[in-house]
Design a protein around this ligand. Structure first.
Ligand SMILES: *Cc1c(COP(=O)(O)O)cnc(C)c1O
Length: 493
């Protein structure tokens, strides 16, 4: 090695500028013509493997220009585009363009947001982001929290804090096997699958989950919740927590959070809200009533990469008394870094969650919150909900569509051919085939939900690019694909 090291990783200044400007031009063109493209090119895995070529690990390096140019082509021309105005599948939002710039900037400086000393300004920005998220959803800014990779991790992070807080005191040292009494958790039967992973991961086992029935409006039946808790107490179980869902994945229903909070208080249980999808709607004053009780939550999971339009990945755990995070995750239990005058005390995020080294995912959330502002979000989220209602109304009016449910920005509906008797098995098969056709067709992307044994098409609008025209188009597309698939299927019968 020479005294002055020349590294093959470095990109010369001028070359970096050239590659960067070209990339930004390509991204700008991509974003501004995204509505002209197919939602998905629908290429088979083998076609994509062929495109990549079956090469082994490169022995020698290649110029960065060539690599970035090739990668740009692969990504821009062979991806499913969830930023497309007609992408309404699952709960994946269009990404705010400022987030792309934020990630570039964050990766360039590369702060390690595990420890304050390694990321002084980034840590403060993350703390401010957490505070703003509290204000966004209308809970006290004294909640503490941490950004994580998504909703699952946000729920896990809260779950373990709840387990530490509500189990017998020795659980951190002795583990769950030393509690002879069974630890139990409660959630509605519509709860997202994260809960299964959580009870496996944190040692309770899947039998610890009490799946509570829902009432006629699809909310957790709080009477059944209370009787289940009582029965478990009589049987010497140790109930730990109740999970209320604020916007369930299938139909967008928000549980009765205030009733759940009262039951949690009565039995001294941890009250967790899984608001991964729906809790941002609390920013809209006229929907506040849906979230009554939110201020009582011990912890809340929110997912900025869903309805806050952040690029993947960004989730967040908020905890009413952040000391519970320290108690759970700090490796120096005696270390106390929360004081009334916390301004001068460095906060180390590795003590707040599962990760050690951490990226700067807060930057994109922080910037988007400022670019749009509270009022801007109120408008965008209200519009998403109105578009979802419009889709429901148009489906209800259409002679070959049946509107099934509409909550927050999720609409479910199905295709029902006029001349066919309502044989539910056939309708389920038909709608499943229609969904497959739609998902591969590239004109519009929806997903599915099972509602009261009906296989439904499901549109979730967390997409600031979707317009009324798109909704009208989507109705036409579905009616026409529905007709085509029905005519094919009914011949086969
Ligand atoms: C999406 C979602 C999750 C999982 O979040 P990810 O970001 O996909 O990990 C959990 N719960 C609810 C209610 C969700 O909508």
């Amino acid at each position: 090695m020479t005294k002055i090291r020349k590294s093959s990783i470095e990109i010369e200044k001028e070359e970096f500028r050239k590659i960067g400007y070209k990339l930004i031009d390509d991204i700008s063109n991509f974003i501004h013509s995204i509505d002209q493209k197919q939602v998905t090119p629908n290429e088979s895995p083998s076609k994509l493997q062929h495109l990549l070529g079956n090469l082994s690990l490169p022995e020698n390096g290649k110029p960065a220009t060539e690599l970035i140019s090739k990668a740009t082509d692969l990504l821009l021309n062979h991806s499913l585009l969830n930023g497309h105005p007609k992408f309404l599948g699952y709960i994946t939002s269009s990404a705010a363009p400022i987030g792309a710039l934020a990630d570039l900037l964050a990766a360039s400086v590369n702060p390690n947001v595990g420890a304050h000393i390694l990321s002084p300004i980034a840590t403060e920005i993350e703390k401010q982001t957490v505070k703003w998220l509290c204000q966004f959803i209308g809970v006290s800014s004294n909640y503490g929290g941490i950004l994580v990779s998504g909703g699952n991790m946000a729920n896990f992070t809260a779950f373990l804090a709840a387990r530490t807080a509500k189990s017998p005191k020795s659980i951190k040292e002795n583990g769950v096997q030393n509690t002879s009494n069974k630890l139990t958790v409660y959630c509605s039967k519509t709860t997202h699958t994260w809960i299964d992973k959580a009870v496996i991961l944190f040692g309770l086992g899947t039998n610890a989950v009490r799946w509570i029935e829902t009432d006629s409006s699809n909310k957790m039946d709080t009477k059944v919740l209370e009787t289940t808790i009582k029965k478990d107490l009589e049987n010497n179980c140790i109930p730990l927590m109740v999970v209320g869902t604020a916007g369930d994945v299938s139909t967008g229903v928000v549980d009765n959070l205030s009733e759940i909070s009262i039951i949690c208080k009565k039995y001294d249980l941890w009250f967790h809200i899984d608001g991964a999808y729906g809790v941002p709607a609390a920013v809209v004053p006229k929907f506040n009533y849906l979230f009554e009780g939110i201020k009582e939550a011990d912890s809340i999971a929110i997912d900025p990469h869903k309805w806050l339009y952040s690029p993947l990945e960004a989730g967040c755990t908020l905890v009413k008394n952040p000391q519970h995070l320290i108690d759970t995750y700090s490796s120096h239990p005696e270390y106390y870094n929360f004081s009334k005058n916390e301004d001068d005390i460095a906060q180390n995020f590795y003590e707040y969650g599962l990760q050690n080294s951490r990226g700067f995912r807060a930057l994109k959330v922080w910037l988007t919150l400022q670019q749009i502002g509270r009022s801007g979000y109120e408008k965008l989220i209200t519009e998403d909900i109105e578009l979802s209602k419009m889709l429901f109304d148009l489906a209800a009016k259409h002679p070959e569509l049946e509107a099934i449910s509409q909550n927050l920005s999720i609409t479910t509906f199905r295709y029902v051919p006029q001349e066919h008797g309502k044989n539910n098995n056939y309708l389920n098969t038909l709608n499943q085939s229609i969904l497959n056709e739609l998902q591969t067709g590239g004109e519009v992307f929806l997903s599915n939900a099972i509602v009261n044994d009906f296989y439904c098409l499901r549109a979730c609008i967390v997409n600031f690019r979707t317009s009324e025209k798109d909704i009208e188009d989507i109705i036409e597309i579905i009616a026409s694909v529905g007709k085509k698939v029905h005519s094919k299927l009914s011949k086969e019968e």
